[in-house]
Design a protein around this ligand. Structure first.
Ligand code: BGP
Length: 471
């Protein structure tokens, strides 16, 4: 890999920070995502969180208390040799309602100390501005991103952080997995549907507002610091046709476009024709002004960040089993095995996905999430022999290196997801662990919170030390 390749790890405030009421932080989406069977309907925006039964637990509120442990955790990242660390800011820590005239200084100070701690170890901060995160006040008052007013709130927040961290943060990502809005609209973007609404129309309007906000944030970041780079981000994973039946091939193309739609705008600067035709067919009118079009055109992303967990597969004959996989409905691919949560494992699909994205956009790619969620068992020696995780990461890193070395894909860095165990986004469980660092905490939040190095910790430390030459 290139010498300046950014090896590191990734987390997000909503799943690990905790400290949900500390230092004036306001309520955010994650604070109302329940544990248990109601989680999915709430994330999908079809169940109102206000109707949840009393006594419901909200695991994101406490996370793994990164808020209280960050110095210790960053020291462990440094011990692994991280060259970068991707994390997110909690918007409501900085603007508790999203509409204050002045930011919450205590929140800003927290991130300043956090970033200084990273820089002390020479770890490059990669900041996601909004990772499934929005002050609940904006959700309640405006119906979240369905309103243009939220663009202004987002930009006020961006301006404050771009100025404050002008000399400290060089890489920003505007929205985590922006296409998640189509699949889990409440978790992804605070969208809850009202009776009688056309969900697709609401989602595309909200998407448009996020896309304009992303373009304007890119412009602002460049004005404040011409040296910084701003990325967009997609939950990626190529969609395979189950067979060479033309209908399957066509369907796989349609499914790929559901995700490409966002990056087509963010990387190329305009809505693709297939999207306009889809809106026409569905009778959807998206309010896109001429000025919006100019903004999108003039402010495209510098790099394309992506998460990759698995490929997807579609068949149109109505036969066969379905498979899980990061909330994207998919047919079961008989050539792949699956994780304990039913997510397919497909390293070659990673190479395919990286090539597809690079062919399409010709912009540098940054792999900011990849990993295996698995049940870990702490041994009496107080470690975790997570060879399954090492296998997953090894084969995926190999595929990524092939994409770079053999195919010429320009890849800036690799930050495996949940480098320290944290709360799962889709299930709310702690037991779905991704980390190289074990956190002694169970699904109910019980445990000492102790951090313990897994076998993968030492393995990944060597991978970084050898710049990937020794897998
Ligand atoms: C991505 C999200 C992350 C993360 C990851 C793993 O979609 O960006 O926030 O959670 O998926 O998903 P899960 O936690 O559901 O296993």
């Amino acid at each position: 890999m290139r010498k300046d390749f950014l090896w590191g790890g990734a987390t997000a405030a909503n799943q690990c920070e905790g400290g949900w009421q500390a230092d004036g932080r306001g309520m955010a989406i994650v604070d109302v995502l329940p544990q248990g069977e109601n989680r999915l309907p709430v994330m999908q925006g079809v169940m109102d969180y206000r109707t949840l039964p009393e006594g419901t637990r909200y695991p994101g509120r406490d996370g793994i208390d990164l808020y209280g442990h960050y110095k210790q955790d960053i020291a462990l990242f440094a011990e692994m040799g991280f060259r970068c660390y991707r994390f997110s800011f909690s918007w409501s820590r900085i603007f508790p309602t999203g509409e204050e005239e002045q930011p919450n200084e205590a929140g800003l100070k927290f991130y300043e100390d956090f970033i200084d701690e990273l820089l002390r170890y020479g770890i490059e901060p990669i900041v996601t501005i909004c990772h499934f995160d929005l002050p609940m006040h904006l959700v309640e008052k405006y119906g979240s991103w369905r309103s243009r007013a939220v663009i202004d709130a987002y930009l006020r927040y961006c301006e404050v952080i771009f100025r404050r961290f002008r000399n400290k943060v060089r890489y920003w990502i505007t929205f985590n997995e922006i296409n998640m809005l189509m699949h889990l609209p409440f978790m992804g973007a605070g969208i809850r549907f009202e009776a009688g609404e056309n969900p697709l129309a609401v989602k595309y309007q909200a998407a448009h507002h996020e896309l304009v906000a992303s373009a304007l944030a890119t412009k602002l970041a460049h004005e404040i610091n011409p040296e910084c780079q701003v990325g967009c981000m997609i939950a990626a994973g190529s969609v395979y046709p189950y067979s060479c039946r033309p209908e399957d091939v066509w369907e796989s193309m349609q499914k790929d476009r559901e995700a490409y739609f966002f990056i087509d705008v963010q990387a190329r600067g305009a809505y693709p024709n297939y999207a306009k035709k889809l809106w026409e067919r569905e009778g959807i009118t998206v309010d896109v002004t001429e000025e919006d079009e100019h903004i999108l055109k003039a402010n495209t992303a510098d790099f394309i960040a992506l998460s990759y967990y698995n490929s997807r597969c579609v068949r149109t004959d109505g036969q066969g089993e379905a498979s899980g996989g990061n909330v994207f409905a998919s047919a079961k691919n008989p050539y792949l095995t699956c994780s304990q949560w039913g997510w397919p494992i497909d390293p070659m699909g990673f190479r395919i996905t990286l090539n597809a994205l690079y062919d399409r956009y010709e912009k540098p790619l940054f792999v900011v999430e990849n990993g295996l969620g698995a049940v870990d068992v702490l041994t009496p020696e107080r470690t975790v022999a997570d060879d399954y995780r090492i296998d997953y990461l090894r084969t995926h890193i190999q595929a990524m290196m092939q994409a770079a070395d053999e195919d010429g894909v320009d890849i800036m860095g690799y930050t495996p997801w949940g480098c320290i165990d944290l709360v799962s986004a889709t299930t709310g469980e702690m037991s779905k662990r991704y980390g190289m660092i074990y956190v002694d905490q169970d699904n109910d939040g019980h445990g000492t919170g102790e951090r313990i190095r897994k076998k993968s910790f030492y393995w990944y430390r060597d991978v970084i030390a050898n710049n990937g030459a020794n897998l």
